[in-house]
Every structure is written in structure tokens, then in C-alpha cells.
Design a protein around this ligand. Structure first.
Ligand code: UFG
Length: 343
């Protein structure tokens, strides 16, 4: 039986895709170096702990398993970090993907689903952003993802490699059944950061709070930080398009089916088409959790565009994909995950 190699399948998005593939009876093998992923997140398929930069390991996997397709989730993905340490991003994202593509071609594996990002567009010229929008990334993270898309395009022309590149907007939420969810250390993403504050506040006693550190006395909580309140948006805070991780996973299954059916190469946006400001998200978290959140207004974070909202009309039209969760469902499932006792 043909098997899908999921690189980065122990990470946040990859683990949700692996789980859904298993539920749909696909055979998978996960390769992850656990630098950001977790072995508890690999709930089905074989798991190999290792690095995609390891040529001999990759060759062995291609020999041992009957792999017909790769799904590639493994990347450094924090915009700010990419600005301060660009070479780590070029090394990990671009150079390691190059190695992996060489080995794929060597072994005659010519189908790949690639995790791309809205960051390839840079500062939007118009909203909603469709796939025809110029790509002009403003940070090394977005540049590395665009470089990989360019490699894929060239490999299609030269070697007949077929790819589906999915440009995610802001992935959020957790598995509906609470089996897996987002966990980074440190956490930088807005929704889990807010939910961590909500969790702290919801503990009755300050002494029980997991976020209490030095400088936070009883009855005080580390506040939600709003990075910038003077953007040119209705409430002055940044607008983003949040998309549920399980909706992303559904699109990946469609990509697998498309490529297994000898489909051609495609690039699609994945977003909801709805923009929410940082304040909208805070209000929604208060509504879903019933917690009053302490908030602190902070200066802008460098490199943040004021608005990023997707048009996902193309994948809707061509594959009938549409998101099943709104912001409410995203926050409800993420809250359920954050409140779940940790093993
Ligand atoms: N924000 C805050 N306070 C926080 C954290 C974030 O106000 O404590 C704001 C940010 O300034 C931004 C918004 O919330 O305006 C969302 O920030 P995130 O860090 O959650 O997400 P980003 O939009 O920066 O980036 C995410 C992914 C990238 C991807 C991008 C595509 O991390 O990999 O979405 O839209 F490229």
C-alpha cells in the first residue's frame, strides 16, 4: 500500500493532518526531529525521530516504505525570529528542503504537498488577497517559503514534480475531540497567548496560576498584550484571517487526492475570508471563556502588516473547500485544549 511521508508531522498543523489521514484510512510515516513537535502528537502511523537534513536517513525511509508522496510541514516559522536570525531560516527552511527534494527526485517520488504561508505576499496591495496578488515578502520567513515555491516550480518543469502549495493565513484552534492542539515554548501566537492569560485568571487562587512568576502578586495576572493600537483599522489594532487547523487538514486531504489522481501543480490560499482585529479576538475569548481579561497596550511589533485577509475563492471553486469553523469554533476548541490537564 502506498504511504505518505509527513515531514514535520509531530508539529501543530502536521499532527492534525496526520490524524485526519489516519481516520480516512491513509497509510503514513511521520519524520520529525521534535525540535518543535511532540511525540504525543503523532496519534497514528509510524513515527521516525530524525532530521530531514539527514540524507542517509531520508534515503533509508524511501527504501523501507513504499512512499508515493511527501507532505512537508517542517519549518522555522516565527516572523520576528527570522528577522534577527535569517541564516537559520535559510538553512533550515531552504537548504534542508533542497536536500529533501534531491532525495525525492533520486527515488522517483514526484508528488509533494507543501506548507506555504500568507507571508509570501508581504504588505498587501489590496484586500482580500488572492493568489494573483504579487509576492513580495517583507521578512526572511516569507522569503524562504517563496524560495521553496520557486524550487518546486522549477522541479515541475525539469523533473515533472507535481506539487500543491497551500498558503496558510493564521492557523488556530485545536482538534474538536481535544486529542491534540497547539503547543509552542515560548508561545508567540495571539490566540494561545490570550487563552493562557484566560487560564491564569480563571484559577481562583493566584498561587495556583501556571503563569505566575516573579512580579505577579496575588490577584494580579500577566495581561494580554496588544501590539499596536494606532494602525489604520477601525479599532486601531491589526486585522488577521484566522483559520481552523482542522479546516486546513481537510484541504490537505483534497491535495492528496488531487495528486494521487495525477493532478497538476497548484497554489492555493487557505483562509476564512473574514478579518478580525486583535480587540475582536480578545472580546471573543472573553465571551467564550467567561473570563474578564486584563489588557496592556504595547508598541507595534516590527514587521506586522495592518491587515491580512485571504480570498480562498479559488480552492472553493476548484475543490469545493470551505472552512467549517468560524472564530467562535476556533476559540472554543483551543480553549478546550488549553484547559485540558497536561500529561
Ligand atoms: N499580537 C498581539 N499580541 C500578542 C501576539 C500577537 O497583539 O501577544 C498581534 C500581532 O501583532 C498580529 C496578530 O496579533 O497583529 C497575530 O499575530 P500572531 O503572532 O498570532 O500571527 P502572525 O500574523 O504574526 O503570523 C502568523 C504565523 C506566520 C504566518 C502568518 C500569516 O505565525 O507564520 O500568520 O498570516 F506567516
Amino acid at each position: 500500500m502506498s504511504c505518505i511521508l509527513i515531514i514535520g508531522g509531530a508539529g501543530y498543523i502536521g499532527s492534525h493532518v496526520n490524524l485526519l489521514l489516519g481516520e480516512r484510512q491513509y497509510s503514513t510515516v511521520v519524520l520529525d526531529n521534535l525540535s518543535k513537535g511532540h511525540n504525543w502528537a503523532v496519534l497514528q502511523g509510524d513515527f521516525i525521530c530524525g532530521d530531514m537534513a539527514d540524507r542517509s536517513l531520508l534515503s533509508k525511509i524511501f527504501k523501507d516504505y513504499s512512499i508515493d508522496m511527501v507532505m512537508h510541514f517542517s519549518a522555522h516559522s516565527i516572523v520576528g525570529e527570522s528577522m534577527s536570525n535569517p541564516l537559520a531560516y535559510y538553512r533550515n527552511n531552504v537548504a534542508n528542503t533542497l536536500t529533501m527534494l534531491e532525495i525525492m527526485i533520486e527515488h522517483g517520488v514526484k508528488k509533494i504537498v507543501f506548507s506555504s504561508t500568507a507571508a509570501v505576499y508581504g504588505e498587501p496591495g489590496y484586500i482580500p488577497i488572492d493568489e494573483a496578488h504579487p509576492t513580495n515578502p517583507t521578512n526572511p520567513y516569507g522569503k524562504t517559503k517563496l524560495a521553496i515555491e520557486n524550487m518546486l516550480e522549477d522541479c515541475d518543469r525539469a523533473h515533472g514534480l507535481k506539487y500543491v502549495s497551500l498558503r496558510y493565513f493564521n492557523a488556530a484552534g485545536a482538534d474538536e475531540k481535544g486529542r491534540i492542539g497547539e503547543r509552542y515554548d515560548p508561545e508567540t501566537h495571539l490566540i494561545p497567548k490570550i487563552l493562557n492569560v484566560a487560564k491564569s485568571v480563571s484559577f481562583q487562587s493566584a498561587a495556583l496560576s501556571p503563569l505566575m512568576g516573579e512580579g505577579w502578586g496575588e490577584g494580579e495576572y500577566p495581561p494580554v498584550e496588544i501590539y499596536g493600537t494606532d494602525y489604520d483599522t477601525p479599532d486601531g489594532t491589526c486585522i488577521r484571517d484566522y483559520i481552523h487547523v482542522s479546516d486546513l487538514a481537510e484541504a490537505h486531504i483534497m491535495a492528496v487526492e488531487h495528486l494521487r489522481g495525477s493532478g497538476d501543480s497548484r497554489i492555493y490560499n487557505l483562509g476564512s475570508g473574514n478579518g478580525y482585529s486583535v480587540r475582536d479576538v480578545i472580546n471573543k475569548v472573553e465571551e467564550v471563556t467567561g473570563v474578564n481579561l486584563p489588557v496592556r497596550e504595547c508598541p507595534r511589533r516590527s514587521g506586522d502588516p495592518a491587515r491580512l485577509v485571504a480570498s480562498s475563492e479559488l480552492i472553493g471553486k476548484e475543490w469545493q473547500w470551505k472552512p467549517g469553523h468560524g472564530l467562535d469554533g476556533i476559540i472554543r476548541t483551543a480553549w478546550n485544549w488549553v484547559m485540558k490537564p497536561r500529561a
